[in-house]
Design a protein around this ligand. Structure first.
Ligand code: MLT
Length: 248
């Protein structure tokens, strides 16, 4: 698993799991913005198998490799699905959680059909139609209209997606179990973040998820869509910083 890291080696560790179809580079604003105090670790999830559980186990192996017993674990969207799998399988290694622009529920019939269509599109070998649709579909309207630099960055990050990588990640998401019942078992502090313009995992989904948590806190990011950490890094980092500071 290749990994980006920043911050003091002995500092409290925060591991951030990326969305689809990008890699750990999406967390560059957090690697830069939080590493004054925290050790920020952003792996690339390779999905050796089409399974969020297997990806979670890989993250646990990464923690072994870097000698970390317990971390704050966060994920955005697909990264959140793996974060919930990690909680099911390795909860003793979790100090606190961050669930950003994600959902606990499994795929609906409609989502499954959409993913199958996307897999068929990339099977021809050209990922660009799927990638182009995601570049347009994930950010909020405000970002699309007013943040051309962020749109360029999203395009650049997604341009790295390969047909194989897209296919296996889609399969992992299709097969992921429903994590709704697991929310009630989460007894660590959990920050739920959502862009107010997130059309994929909208604020209502985030609110319900937060309500099911014993120690959940919801932060809504105005003028941001599904990629809130990239669309408004300052607001996202401020929310994360406050949460991490309160953990001590
Ligand atoms: C993501 O942003 O990781 C994906 O859009 C999640 C999904 O398709 O469910």
């Amino acid at each position: 698993m290749s990994v980006r890291q920043a911050g003091p080696a002995g500092g409290p560790a925060v591991v951030l799991l990326h969305a689809f179809p990008v890699d750990g580079e999406m967390w560059r604003p957090q690697l830069g913005g939080l590493s004054d105090r925290w050790r920020v670790i952003a792996p690339d999830m390779a999905f050796a198998e089409p399974s969020v559980d297997a990806a979670a186990d890989e993250v646990a192996r990464l923690l072994d490799d870097v000698d970390l017993d317990q971390v704050v674990l966060g994920g955005l969207s697909m990264g959140g699905y793996v974060t919930m799998a990690f909680w099911r399988r390795h909860r003793d290694r979790v100090r606190a959680l961050v669930l950003a622009d994600t959902r606990a529920g499994a795929d609906t019939e409609e989502a499954l059909a959409r993913r199958t269509r996307q897999q068929e599109q990339v099977a021809a070998g050209d990922p660009s139609p799927v990638v182009d649709a995601m570049v347009e579909g994930l950010p909020g309207d405000y970002t699309k209209e007013h943040r051309p630099d962020v749109m360029d960055e999203i395009r650049r990050l997604m341009a790295g997606a390969t047909a194989e990588g897209i296919t296996v990640a889609l399969e992992a998401m299709k097969r992921r179990p429903d994590s709704t019942a697991d929310l009630a078992t989460i007894d660590v502090p959990t920050l739920v973040v959502v862009g107010e313009e997130d059309a994929l995992s909208p604020p209502g989904v985030a609110r319900d998820m937060c309500d099911a948590l014993a120690r959940g806190r919801l932060v809504r990011i105005p003028r941001a869509g599904h990629l809130s950490s990239l669309e408004d890094p300052d607001a996202f980092n401020a929310a994360l910083r406050t949460f991490l500071e309160e953990l001590g």
